[in-house]
Design a protein around this ligand. Structure first.
Ligand code: ADE
Ligand code: ZN
Length: 325
């Protein structure tokens, strides 16, 4: 069989994509012009040259600056629509899309503007054959109070998102900081996920599970350092949304050949492959599959396992999941 062709063509779900991280430099400059925003870069090439990261924080600084061009509902729509067309191209049938409202509300852009544009793109995506839903992420470098205020602002639009997540600077901002926010979201019937064990220690994965009670772990690759945690993740079938090219660009692993995706799968974990911030890390979901398989020697059985894991790990309706799997 032609493994690269299979990886590209197989139906898949994407469970870890930050929509602000899908904003390509070309669209960023187009929106800057449209909105009269001045970017601190002379050109698309100049901007791309700045995409040389040493860790998570060095990326986040540039990622938040890039989002400054997003002002109007149409801007959020256009960004999400561009991603959804890419997703269709990669045969993504289900996309669960993160967005960071605090990055925008802090600049005076309303929750209605952000979610209005993103949700309209998700609705339009039905015509592409992509089933897309939104997950609201709290920025963990900000306070519990600010997270509660963000939740309050979003609740009038409760029918436009299916869950909440936790992202941004991990080390120094353990899951416990948001215990009460997540408890409230759980009462509201929202799905719960959190970034944990990207740069942070296995302890953060434990507390995401036991304190926040999340259903999935975003990244989670540091879990491999803790055998008891690996057993817990396997036993409870907690999905890990792994992002290999992100891990490479943010230097979580020195090269893709050293990535632990294969070890996670071989330990029986529900690991999945995702793009995280494809405009910044140099590849959408199929590029993540192709490059990781080429570098680590994963085979056709791993390909089927990863495709099945992506639908099993999704928050799609049980009936839709059965159809996908
Ligand atoms: N926000 C966007 N991408 C992120 C990542 N990889 N980790 C934490 N926060 C993020
Ligand atoms: Zn992420």
């Amino acid at each position: 069989t032609d493994l690269p062709a299979l990886l590209a063509a197989m139906p898949k779900a994407e469970l870890h994509i930050h929509i602000e991280g899908s904003l390509e430099p070309e669209l960023m400059f187009q929106l800057a012009r449209r909105n009269g925003v001045t970017l601190p870069y002379a050109s698309v090439e100049d901007l791309r040259k700045a995409y040389a990261f040493s860790n998570l924080q060095s990326f986040l600084d540039i990622y938040y600056a890039g989002a400054s061009v997003l002002l109007h509902e149409q801007d959020f729509h256009d960004m999400a629509w561009a991603y959804l067309q890419r997703a269709r191209h990669d045969n993504v049938l289900r996309a669960e899309i993160f967005f960071d409202p605090q990055t925008h509300t802090a600049r005076g852009v309303s929750m209605e503007t952000v979610m209005g544009g993103l949700h309209r793109a998700c609705t339009d995506a039905k015509n592409l054959g992509v089933d897309a839903e939104l997950i609201l992420c709290f920025l963990r470098h900000l306070s519990e109070q600010e997270a509660f205020e963000t939740l309050e602002a979003a609740l009038p639009l409760r029918d436009r998102f299916i869950g909440v997540g936790l992202d941004s600077s991990e080390v120094g901002h353990p899951p416990e900081k948001f215990a009460r926010v997540f408890a409230r979201c759980r009462e509201l019937g929202l799905h719960l996920v959190a970034h944990a064990g990207e740069e942070g220690p296995p302890e953060y994965v434990w507390s995401a599970l036991d304190v926040l009670k999340v259903e999935r772990i975003d990244h989670g690759v540091q879990s491999a350092r803790d055998p008891a945690l690996m057993q817990r993740l396997a036993q409870d079938r907690i999905p890990l949304t792994v992002c290999p090219l992100s891990n490479l660009k943010l230097r979580v692993f020195p090269d893709l050949a050293q990535h632990n995706l294969r070890a996670l799968l071989d330990a029986g974990l529900v690991a999945t492959v995702n793009s995280d911030d494809p405009a910044y890390f140099g590849g959408y979901i199929n590029a993540n599959f192709l490059q990781t398989f080429a570098a680590t020697g994963l085979d056709v059985r791993h390909a089927y396992q990863l495709a099945r894991n992506s639908f099993e790990g999704s928050f799609a309706q049980a009936s839709a999941k059965r159809r996908y799997i």
